[in-house]
Design a protein around this ligand. Sequence first.
Ligand code: ADP
Ligand code: ZN
Ligand code: ZN
Length: 742
Amino acid sequence: MSEALLTPYPFIKVALPVPMRTLFDYKVPKAIALRHELKPGMRIKVPFGKSTRLGVIVALSETSDWDPAQVKPLTSLHDESPVITKELMALCEWAARYYHHPIGDVIFHALPVLLRKGENAEFRTENWWLTTPEGQKLPLDQLSRAPRQQDFLKAVQQHPHGLSQHAASVLDLAPAAGKSLEEKGLLRREPRSFNKGGEKHAHQTQVPPTLNPEQAIATEELLDSRHHFNVALLDGVTGSGKTEVFLRVMERLIEEGKQILVMVPEIGLTPQTLKRFEIRFNTDIVLMHSNMSDRERLDAWLLAASGHAKIIIGTRSAAFIPAPNLGLIVIDEEHDTSYKQHEGFRYHARDLAIKRAQSLDIPVLLASATPSYESLTNALQKKFTWLKLRKRAGNAHIPEMERVDLRGKTLIHGFSEHALASIKLCLDRKEQVLIFLNRRGYAPTLMCHQCGWIAACDHCDVNLTVHKRANKLHCHHCDTQKALLHTCPECQSEELFTVGEGTEQVETQLSTLFKDVPILRIDRDSTQRKSAMVKLTQKIHEHDQAILIGTQMLAKGHHFPNVTLVVIMDADAGLFSSDFRGMERTAQLVTQVAGRAGRAKKPGHVLLQTYHPDHAAIECLCNLGYEHFAIDGLAERKSLSLPPFYHQVIVRAESGNEQEAMQLLSAMRNDLEPLFAKDVYLVGPYAAIIVRKAGQHRALISIKSAHRAPLHQATQMMTDWLEQSTRQHKIRFAIDVDPLET
Ligand code: ADP
Ligand code: ZN
Ligand code: ZN
């Protein structure tokens, strides 16, 4: 037989995790072609430079664009079946084109870390505990002198099909007790593949509430369109029962054998959310988020890929999770900016999910109390189905928002007298207060009283934040940390003082004002450890009286039934930002935080401290609410030809040299602008707001157009130009399509 007949596709096109916008050609050696059927999506090892690398087959090919004699053979095949399904491969290829990002990086991003590193796409085995016949019969009181063994044996006796090691640790059973029982011949261990468990904990069912009329209409509408592609925007005020609506839709689809992907913001996945799903569904749920170990994430990925997991709850990267029976994608808090990756492969998980659903012909459900301007525009233009919930579910009411004028007032630790009095009254009623300040640490600035010196980061153009408890100065932009100084490095004076306040300072000061009240701080510093958030929320639920202080972490998804007062310390932050999205973000944040008040039976109240109580934006938000505010904001965006009415791409360049990045982008503009279509507009190059970050000087150029096609074309030209030019320079560049930050 001729070689050609044996291998109809003698070449493969391979994606490698390298920053080059191309695929690489390799030959398939006869020995491999004879024994294996190669398919796109399989991993292989290939020679690359002086080493071998793991790559993913993107396509089989009859020909190569290169001289066949020069094309190297692949080294070995890594998988027996594809790790990237056909569906996901198409999504990755689309994303690489749309975001102008190297295909290899996109494909590797779509895989769990362990698969990128070459781990087999197989379930691990786990030990399961089983009783021996003696162990099954043994009356438990015979172990009364060894209570840990008694507990252990009791638990295994109750699980006739076995108890996994993992479940044993969740039940807090002592491993040593298990071993002793094994030595006594009462228990035995059996290795099983991780996915074969299927053990269900005693299922607590809960009667779901009766839907109110708004919820019923939304649910009906969603159920009617559940078998085809469409995007619905479930736009409901905080606490209006949005989750309840999508749980109903999920229930039906799960009965129909479908899998459901529920996307949540980076830090929005609270233990409460998970519990709510677990109580509701007697089915396999997996999580996918950054706080899990690489192995846990691979397990979740495998459970989704095998179809075992019916519900997948995950953050941004879960947009790429394989699920053979996917029937619905829910994106909770769709306005959240954590859905956009801000470095490397700068995709937006919501937009990707919509694209994915379109190819699968399944529905997408976007939920938010404060929809993004992009989604609102799509709803207004009837591209999305707009479902509104305007009332709070059950007996809860929308909290009242009151502006507190700070002009000319004496502040005590950043609070007006009125705010402090309100806090006291609230605590006296044995209720909880939530204080919102979007600044962690003790103070944003450390200054010298004698010479005016300010502690600044050596690598960025920003001041260092004071963290008193950790005794450190910390750069929130590049993570540089230094010991807290007590003398000025310029004039040796010891009169250093802090300016402004962060959450740590508010915590310290309120604890002197309200001595016996538990104070809980929720920000990135206090929740670093895995279990910290669980413990903090437990504490909040244990006490009646409490003060919660937090950053935007508090704004997301939490349900604190006893919070009746919310104080927004600095409503002006963000109002005067140079970013045209500042207003949108501020309004979302304020509305979300305000929404934490009065979620249960007790009415809520919100105080907004501001120096601009008459500012049209603040007035509109307080009196008319988010939707009205957003529609006004959209009119302004339209008149200024800003997104979402114009599409935008930002090219970012950075260099260790002060001028280089700017010069490069100027040269690019000079070369390319005459070639761009007429309806493509350029702004820049200009310096980033924080010019120097982590030692890199950053410049950007923005282009926009009312139409995607010319914008895409211009971006392609810029990418090609930059790839050519940056080969000689040590300049990094990034393409940011639909950027969310400037
Ligand atoms: P959202 O997702 O809009 O913030 P949730 O679905 O979490 O709102 O509902 C807020 C609270 O109201 C929850 O405690 C939920 O159990 C309850 N709830 C939802 N729908 C109803 C209803 N129809 N009747 C009574 N309580 C409800
Ligand atoms: Zn000094
Ligand atoms: Zn820094």
